[in-house]
Design a protein around this ligand. Structure first.
Ligand SMILES: [Zn+2]
Length: 250
C-alpha cells in the first residue's frame, strides 16, 4: 500500500504549466499503485484552495486535503474551518512564497492553536534555511506538543531538521524532492522508520523517481513498507473519517 504524503491539485505555472484535476490525479495514482494521497493546492490563494476543496470532495476516500494557509489573511481561520467541514485533515504553510517567517510564532498561533484543537495535521514546506529554517520547528513543537508536524522535503536534508525530529517525537520527515539518499538513510537510523513519509510532490517531481529513491534505500523491507504508506495512514488513524472508511475498531 502506497500513501503519497505530498501532492498538488490545481493550476501550476512557471517553468511548466499544468492544471491538475482530481480525475487526472487518480489516474496517475493508479498508474503507480498509489492508494491514497495528502493533497494541497497550487498556492495559498482562496481560489486555489476552493478548487482543491471541490476536487478532493469528489474522491474523499482516497484524497485527503491540506488547506494551504496564508496566516496574514484575516479570513484564514474561517477558511480553514470550512475546509475542515469538507473533511480536510491538515494545513500547509509555505513561508517563502507567502512572505512571512516561521519564527513569527504570534502570527502563526491562531492557526496552530486551531489545528491543535481540531486535531489537524500541519505540513510545513521547509527549505532548510531562512524563513523556514528547521530550528523554528523547535519553538513550534515545544509550544504545541500535541501537534503532529510534517517537515516538507526533509528541509532538503538539513541536519538541523533531523535533530529536531530526534528531539521531538511529534515531528515527521517527508522525503519529496530531496535526492540525498545517504541522508535519508541517516535519518532512518537516527529517528527510526516510523516518522519518515514518502511523498512525490507531483506534478513538481517525478513519481517513479521518488518511489525508486525510497525502494533503493539500504534499510529493511519493513522500514520501506512503513515509509511508503503505513506511516501516513497511521497519521489518519484517529480521524473519524478514516475510522468510517476502514471500519477501524478504535
Ligand atoms: Zn509541494
Amino acid at each position: 500500500m502506497i500513501f503519497d504524503a505530498h501532492m498538488h491539485i490545481g493550476g501550476v505555472f512557471g517553468i511548466f504549466t499544468a492544471n491538475i484535476c482530481a480525475e487526472h490525479m487518480l489516474s496517475i495514482m493508479d498508474d503507480f499503485n498509489i492508494s491514497y494521497g495528502f493533497v494541497t493546492a497550487a498556492s495559498s490563494s482562496l481560489n486555489h484552495n476552493l478548487k482543491l476543496i471541490n476536487e478532493v470532495s469528489k474522491f474523499s476516500n482516497r484524497l485527503f486535503g491540506f488547506y494551504w494557509v496564508n496566516p496574514k489573511r484575516s479570513s484564514i481561520l474561517d477558511e480553514v474551518s470550512k475546509a475542515l467541514d469538507y473533511g480536510f485533515v491538515g494545513v500547509k504553510f509555505r513561508p517563502e512564497t507567502d512572505g512571512y517567517n516561521l519564527f513569527n510564532i504570534s502570527l502563526l498561533d491562531p492557526i496552530l492553536s486551531y489545528a491543535c484543537k481540531m486535531g489537524m495535521l500541519v505540513y510545513i514546506h521547509c527549505s532548510g534555511y531562512g524563513a523556514s529554517h528547521p530550528n523554528a520547528l523547535r519553538l513550534i513543537c515545544s509550544t504545541y506538543p500535541e501537534l503532529k508536524v510534517i517537515i516538507g522535503h526533509m528541509a532538503q536534508g538539513s541536519v538541523d531538521a533531523i535533530r529536531v525530529a530526534e528531539d521531538f517525537d511529534n515531528v515527521f520527515l517527508e522525503t519529496s524532492t530531496y535526492r540525498g539518499f545517504k541522508v535519508i538513510e541517516y535519518a532512518v537510523n537516527r529517528i527510526g522508520s516510523d516518522r519518515v513519509l514518502f511523498g512525490s510532490d507531483y506534478p513538481y517531481s517525478n513519481i517513479q523517481m521518488e518511489i525508486s529513491k525510497i525502494m533503493n534505500l539500504r534499510v529493511s523491507w519493513d522500514d520501506k513498507i512503513k515509509i511508503m504508506g503505513l506511516n501516513s495512514l497511521s497519521l489518519l488513524s484517529s480521524k473519524p473519517l478514516l475510522k468510517e472508511l476502514f471500519n477501524l475498531p478504535y
